[in-house]
Design a protein around this ligand. Structure first.
Ligand code: CMP
Length: 506
C-alpha cells in the first residue's frame, strides 16, 4: 500500500472535498446531515492516515502502515461520495440538468466498485475468482429481495426508457402532481395541495399513468376546458366568434398564444346551449388561478356582447306581478346610471330629465384587467364613461414600445377625440384594473351636442388638454411622418361643429 498521503495529491483532495462540502451545505442546507456525516468520514480518514504516519515515524512500522491503509480507504469512500454529490447536485444543475437520485446513487456505487477493483489489483488479488463468487452472492440476494428488486428495477426502467422525468406533471388514478424525484424504491410526487405522495416504482411500472402536457416534438402545454352555458336564442356562431376574438386579443398570464384558445358548442342541455372554451396552460401549477382569470375575461366579453351566462331553464307560469318586478329592476338600474352620470363633470350642465334620457341610452360595457377597450387606428363608434376602475391610455408607435400618455378613472370619459372629429382612435385604451364603463353611441352623443352646444366646449377643452400628451408621445416616438395638426381650442370647436353640421349659436 502506498503511504503517500502527505507527499502527493492526498492533502489537495481533502481540501477540495472540504470546499465542496461547504458549497453543498450552502446550496442545500436541508441536506445538512448527509453532507456533515460525509465530511466527518473524510476528516476521520485524514486523521487516521496522519495517525498511521505518526506511528511509522515512531518506528511502529507495521501497525502504522496498516492503519494508514485502512484510513485511506475511509477517506477515499468519503471523497467519492462528495465528488458524486458535487457532480449531480452542483455542476449538473449549473448546466441546467437535474438527474434523479437513483442515477446519482448508481454512479457513486460504480465509482466505489472501480476503486475497490483497482485497489485489489494493486494488492495482487485474483479478480476472476472474486467476480465469480460475487455473481453467486448476487443471485442469492436477488432471490431473497424480489419485491425490493422489483421496485429498484422499476425505478431503473422508468429512468432508462425516459417515460417519466423529474419535473413532469403526471396523473396516476385520481392523483395529479409533479415528479419530485425518482428514487431506488419509489417515485415522489408533489401535489398542488402541498402533499408529497410516495408511489412504489413497481406500481408505476404496472399502472397506467398520463404525463400532462407532453407531446413528442411540441412545447409543454396542457389543454384546459371551461364549460359555460348561453341562452339558445343567441346564435352559436355569435357566441363562438365573440369568445374567440376576446380571448385571442387579450394576453392572459400563463395562457399560451399558440395554439389559440378556441370555443366549441358542446351540448344541448336543460334548455341551454353548452359551450366549452379550450385554452392551453403553460405552468401546470397554476391551473385553478389561470382558469379563473380566463373565466373573468370570458364573462366580461359575454356581458359586453349582451350575452348572459344562462342558468338551467324551466317552464314557469308568469303572474302579472312579474312585470312589476321587472319594472322595479329597470328603475333601480336607471337610478344607478343616473348616479353615475351625476359624478361625471361633462354632464353637469344637464337637467335631471336630460340626464335620464342619456341614462336610458347608455350601454353597460364591462372589461377585465388587460382588455383593450379601444384600439389605436380603429374607427370610433362610442364615447366611454368610466363608472368603476382605472384605464390606461397608450400611444402605440408603429415600431417600438407603447408609451403611457394618461390614466383615467371613475367619473372621466374617453373616446371623444375620434367621435368628435371622425379621425381614427388616437390611442389604445386598456383596462388597468377590472373596469366598468357605460358607452354612448355616436348618434346619441351627436343629439346631446346639438341640444347642448356648451358640452362641445367642455369636450374641446378636455381634448385640448389631452392632445399635447399624444403629440409629445408621437414626437418622442420619432414617427414624424404622421404630421399631426396642432389645433387650438377655438379651431377644434369649429371642426366639431362642421363635422356634425351644427350652426353657430353664440
Ligand atoms: P380617441 O382618439 O377617440 O381614442 C383614444 C382615446 O384616449 C382618446 O379618444 C381620448 O379620449 C383618450 N386620450 C388620448 N390622450 C389622452 C391623454 N393624454 N389623457 C387621457 N386620455 C387621453
Amino acid at each position: 500500500m502506498r503511504n503517500e498521503f502527505l507527499s502527493s495529491e492526498g492533502p489537495y483532495l481533502a481540501i477540495i472535498g472540504l470546499a465542496l462540502t461547504a458549497w453543498l451545505l450552502r446550496k442545500h442546507p436541508w441536506e445538512r446531515t448527509t453532507y456533515l456525516n460525509t465530511m466527518w468520514l473524510l476528516v476521520l480518514g485524514v486523521a487516521g492516515q496522519l495517525a498511521g504516519l505518526a506511528l511509522q515515524a515512531l518506528e511502529f512500522t507495521r501497525a502504522g502502515v496498516g492503519i494508514h491503509a485502512a484510513f485511506s480507504i475511509v477517506a477515499a469512500i468519503a471523497l467519492i461520495r462528495i465528488g458524486g454529490f458535487a457532480v449531480f447536485r452542483l455542476l449538473l444543475p449549473l448546466a441546467g440538468r437535474q438527474l434523479p437520485r437513483i442515477i446519482e446513487d448508481l454512479t457513486i456505487i460504480v465509482a466505489y466498485v472501480i476503486y475497490a477493483l483497482s485497489q485489489m489489483r494493486f494488492l495482487g488479488v485474483d479478480l476472476t475468482s472474486i467476480i465469480a463468487t460475487s455473481a453467486v452472492i448476487t443471485a442469492v440476494l436477488a432471490f431473497a429481495m424480489q419485491d425490493t428488486l422489483g421496485n429498484v428495477l422499476g425505478g431503473l426502467a422508468l429512468q432508462l426508457d425516459n417515460s417519466v422525468q423529474v419535473g413532469d406533471w403526471i396523473r396516476v388514478d385520481d392523483l395529479t402532481g409533479r415528479v419530485r424525484d425518482i428514487r431506488w424504491r419509489s417515485t415522489l410526487i408533489e401535489t398542488r395541495a402541498w402533499e408529497t405522495v410516495v408511489i412504489p416504482n413497481s406500481v408505476l411500472m404496472k399502472a397506467k399513468f398520463s404525463i400532462l402536457g407532453r407531446r413528442e416534438g411540441e412545447p409543454r402545454l396542457w389543454r384546459r376546458s371551461l364549460v359555460f352555458a348561453v341562452d339558445p336564442r343567441v346564435p352559436p356562431a355569435r357566441v363562438i366568434a365573440t369568445v374567440e376574438s376576446a380571448l385571442n386579443e387579450t394576453a392572459i398570464a400563463n395562457v399560451a398564444r399558440r395554439p389559440e384558445p378556441s370555443c366549441v358548442l358542446y351540448a344541448f342541455e336543460q334548455g341551454n346551449l353548452r359551450y366549452v372554451l379550450r385554452y392551453w396552460l403553460i405552468d401546470m401549477l397554476e391551473d385553478d388561478l389561470t382558469d379563473s382569470a380566463v373565466r373573468v375575461h370570458l364573462f366580461a366579453a359575454l356581458q359586453r356582447a349582451g350575452m348572459r351566462v344562462a342558468e338551467p331553464q324551466a317552464v314557469a307560469h308568469v303572474v302579472p306581478r312579474d312585470e312589476a318586478h321587472a319594472e322595479n329592476v329597470r328603475q333601480r338600474d336607471l337610478e344607478r346610471r343616473l348616479n353615475m352620470l351625476r359624478a361625471v363633470d361633462l354632464f353637469s350642465p344637464l337637467t335631471d330629465n336630460e340626464r335620464a334620457v342619456i341614462a336610458e341610452r347608455l350601454q353597460y360595457a364591462p372589461f377585465a384587467r388587460g382588455d383593450s377597450v379601444t384600439r389605436q387606428g380603429d374607427a370610433a363608434h362610442w364615447l366611454y364613461v368610466i363608472a368603476f376602475g382605472e384605464a390606461e391610455v397608450r400611444y402605440e408607435p408603429g415600431a417600438g414600445q407603447p408609451r403611457i400618455v394618461g390614466t383615467l378613472s371613475a367619473g372621466q370619459f374617453f373616446g371623444e377625440m375620434g367621435l368628435l372629429t371622425g379621425e381614427p382612435r388616437n390611442a389604445t385604451v386598456v383596462a388597468k384594473t377590472d373596469l366598468e364603463c357605460y358607452r354612448l353611441d355616436k348618434a346619441s352623443f351627436q343629439g346631446l351636442l346639438l341640444s347642448r352646444p356648451e358640452i362641445a366646449d367642455e369636450v374641446s377643452r378636455v381634448v385640448s388638454s389631452r392632445r399635447p400628451d399624444i403629440e409629445l408621445a408621437r414626437r418622442e416616438a420619432a414617427s414624424a411622418a404622421l404630421h399631426f395638426e396642432t389645433l387650438s381650442q377655438p379651431d377644434l370647436v369649429e371642426r366639431i361643429r362642421r363635422f356634425f353640421g351644427m350652426r353657430r349659436n353664440r
